[in-house]
Design a protein. Structure first.
Length: 573
């Protein structure tokens, strides 16, 4: 009986074990099926997502990849690809008063001690201003563009509230060079003042910011222009200077400078004061530089046909209670070449009177003198221009550069038209490819242009432009020394001195304008304030520097033919 009981118990136990095994196996199979189903659902969801992205929304994926790879702002280069402005990763110093929470002081040390430590790292930091910002608990930038070694020193201060976020900064590797051309990028990430503002959309658009934007300027020519202008300005203690080098056939600006300049890498109060562009935004009465333009208009109209004709040059012209005089006696009579060589107001006014104010006004308008200068920069000054009909006196005074005020860029474009065969074209800061130069508009006959090239060369050989005559480069040009207007009339001891030039005159390729604002008579200028002694020498030094860069090599065996004009000039060879 005991044996049967034990056998029954054993059989029952085996049955229970089988049941448990079957239950466990079923449970395992269910779990495996659940896992497989889960993986299947995940794989299916991923497949559906990939299909949706690949076929329904390809564009956002492409754009986000491009945005990740490209800089936040495109690069600007000169015409040869040299970088002028580019984006680069940098640190910034940010004060976060809530870095340690809302309770307690955000700083371990006092604001004064923290500010002093920061001053030791950044010597130009305004310690008092920073201490005040820290004390007030005002979040914000303490400094932009922090170098890695400076960031390490800030970390060593041990203040959690001093954060160093990484940002993309705008960097100008050439420093102050071409500042008025480039402008700068403000804290909001948008361009200001120069081509940074003009090209803002192109430079920030993911579709275009990967392509460098080439300007027309040549960095080497720009550097030489700024160097010579600065030297000339300091030599005569002028308050400012302006200059431009312009391709006469395309209108491309090879260099443009306004001094004093600013540093686009560091915009401060002093820099903001110097952002005004003297080349494109400030208008001046540019004096005798207008005389060749007036003579060209008279030749073109057939008013001047005989350059040997003599005009009285001793007696001032009295008209409308105003007297037109020359700066010094020039003899009883002068012909046209002599009038330009000696810069006679009296003779030029007589020629303009024969031409008539209506025709002179039309020529000046055709040269763009009645409108803002044509260039991409946003800062463009409006000329002082009488819209109503010009009277006789107005025509005579405009002929020698008074009664009209324009920018140096206006003058550069006008001279380009006068020497290039007679075609006026707008100036541009974009590099142009072959065949991309605008057709422009004809202002002078080709024959008039050819004659003016001779006359401009004669001024540099025999006249007031002798200090600009760089050997072998066949420079031609005209001086202009104009008194600046003020309250109650002209200020007789305050001048704007300008030299407007072109080279080489046997086949003009470039116009060069050099202008000094309020030069003083110093030992360096033989105590003279006129353009012949201060602006012309700038061009004389500049042309030999930039000529070879621009493909114009000195050649003393070549020159424009002056044989038919030399006999007309007293003292000519």
């Amino acid at each position: 009986m005991t044996s049967l009981t034990a056998s029954a118990a054993l059989s029952k136990g085996r049955g229970q074990l089988v049941h448990i095994r079957q239950h466990s196996l079923l449970t395992a199979r269910l779990r495996l099926l659940l896992v497989i189903a889960g993986f299947t659902l995940v794989a299916l969801a991923a497949l559906l997502r990939l299909t949706y992205i690949g076929f329904v929304q390809p564009a956002p994926q492409t754009r986000s990849l491009a945005e990740a790879l490209l800089p936040s702002r495109g690069e600007i280069t000169d015409r040869n690809g040299a970088p002028l402005a580019r984006a680069f990763p940098a640190y910034a110093l940010w004060y976060n008063p809530k870095a340690m929470g809302d309770s307690g002081s955000p700083l371990v040390k006092s604001p004064e001690k923290v500010a002093a430590r920061l001053k030791a790292i950044f010597p130009d930091l305004d310690e008092k201003q920073v201490a005040e910002q820290l004390a007030k608990g005002k979040a914000g930038y303490l400094r932009r563009r922090v170098l890695p070694e400076e960031a390490n020193q800030v970390h060593e201060i041990g203040e959690v509230a001093l954060e160093l976020p990484q940002e993309t900064d705008r960097y100008y590797p050439q420093g102050n060079m071409a500042a008025h051309v480039l402008g700068y990028v403000a804290a909001d990430g948008h361009g200001r003042v120069g081509m940074e503002q003009v090209l803002d959309k192109v430079l920030t658009d993911p579709a275009t910011r990967g392509t460098p934007q080439k300007l027309s300027i040549d960095m080497r020519v720009q550097g030489a222009l700024e160097d010579e202008l600065r030297r000339g300005m300091l030599m005569v203690d002028a308050v400012g200077a302006a200059g431009i080098v312009l391709d006469v056939d395309t209108g491309e600006v090879m260099a443009l400078a306004s001094l004093p300049e600013f540093d686009p890498n560091k915009i401060d109060a002093a820099g903001e004061k110097n952002m005004f562009n003297r080349v494109t935004n400030q208008v001046y009465e540019l004096g005798s530089t207008f005389k060749p333009l007036s003579v060209a208009a008279a030749i073109d109209a057939g008013v001047v046909t005989d350059l040997s004709k003599r005009y009285q040059s001793r007696k001032p012209i009295a008209i409308g209670g105003f007297h037109i005089r020359d700066s010094h006696p020039m003899g009883d009579t002068l012909n046209v070449p002599e009038a330009l060589i000696h810069s006679s107001n009296i003779v030029t006014a007589q020629i303009a009177d024969e031409l008539g104010p209506k025709r002179l006004k039309k020529t000046m308008a055709d040269l763009g003198m009645n409108e803002r200068p044509y260039i991409e920069l946003p800062a463009r000054g409006f000329p002082i221009w009488q819209k109503s009909d010009w009277g006789r006196l107005r025509g005579m005074t405009v002929s020698y550069g008074h009664g009209i005020a324009v920018t140096p860029l206006h003058l550069a474009s006008a001279y380009a038209a006068m020497v290039n065969g007679g075609i006026w074209r707008p100036a541009t800061l974009h590099k142009l490819g072959p065949g991309e130069a605008p057709r422009g508009r004809r202002v002078f006959k080709a024959s008039t242009s050819a004659r003016m090239n001779q006359l401009l060369r004669m001024i540099a050989v025999f006249g007031t432009g002798r200090n600009a005559d760089a050997p072998g480069f066949r420079v031609g040009g005209k001086t202009g020394s104009a008194e600046k207007p003020g309250n109650g009339g002209y200020r007789h001891h305050t001048l704007v001195s300008t030299f407007a030039a072109a080279f080489p005159m046997d086949k003009p390729r470039y116009v060069v304008i050099a202008m000094l604002d309020e030069p003083k008579g110093t030992q360096a200028s033989s105590y003279q304030r006129t353009a012949a002694w201060n602006a012309a020498p700038i061009v004389g030094r500049l042309v030999p520097r930039i000529g070879p860069m621009l493909g114009v090599k000195p050649d003393s065996s070549r020159d424009i033919d002056l044989s038919d004009l030399r006999p007309l000039v007293h003292g000519g060879e």
